[in-house]
Design a protein around this ligand. Structure first.
Ligand SMILES: [Zn+2]
Length: 229
């Protein structure tokens, strides 16, 4: 899916800069161009949508609700995966603002026999000082989910300069997360940051922040694929 639009010269320059950075990053991946890798199917799941707005923002005039925050990150991630990696198929659970049930999200991934499921969310906490990125996994197929979760946290820390919190398993949470419990492949649910934290909400809403977050997830997928294929 095309997700580039050059509304003004500033975004053109910014987009060119990011593309350039990705080119530099990709040039180290010459192997990707030399050997034909088997198909790798990634389900990119933008959390919430439609009537399910997810977490509320602090100010609707300035910021987006969770469902609208995570969608552009999901679309950018999918674009990077399709454009920068060979033989990768991206399946989105939604590409617009519409409601998709949790059952359908898991079903989409299972019917596609996906290799990886990534659910993208943004967090909220009554304690406003709490911030950082968090990755949830289930105990099912935990080995590969955990490998990806670790790579994802590493990139969120290194690439996106986020504070990262400890990986959360079902035991840590004390409850299941439907999409993780019901998907049959390695799966994570990433909370990009806390909308309840002032600085993080600004970052999550910025074009820069969204691009870097998408790029961090992309890099984690690229590394993970190198391990499993
Ligand atoms: Zn959410």
């Amino acid at each position: 899916m095309k997700y580039h639009y050059f509304s003004d010269i500033k975004s053109l320059v910014l987009s060119s800069l990011f593309l350039f950075i990705f080119f530099i990053g990709s040039s180290f991946l010459s192997l990707d161009n030399q050997t034909k890798k088997p198909l790798f199917v990634v389900v990119v799941d933008a959390g919430h949508g439609g009537n399910d707005v997810g977490n509320e923002c602090s100010d609707l005039k300035r910021f987006k609700q969770e469902k609208d925050l995570v969608l552009p990150v999901a679309l950018q991630l999918g674009g990077y995966l399709e454009n920068l990696l060979e033989n990768v198929k991206v399946i989105y659970t939604r590409t617009e603002d519409r409601y998709v049930s949790l059952e359908d999200r898991a079903k989409i991934a299972n019917e596609a026999s996906a290799d990886l499921f990534i659910s993208i969310h943004a967090n909220h906490n009554p304690i406003k000082s709490i911030h950082g990125s968090q990755v949830h996994i289930h105990n099912h197929d935990i080995k590969f989910s955990k490998i990806f979760a670790q790579k994802l946290l590493y990139q969120l820390s290194k690439r996106a300069k986020r504070k990262v919190l400890k990986i959360q398993t079902t035991a840590d949470r004390g409850h299941n997360l439907f999409v993780l419990q019901n998907t049959k492949m390695p799966a994570v649910l990433v909370e990009l940051g806390f909308m309840s934290n002032k600085n993080e909400e600004v970052y999550l809403n910025s074009e820069y922040g969204q691009t870097i977050l998408a790029s961090a997830i992309f890099r984690a997928v690229r590394e993970y694929r190198g391990v499993v294929q």
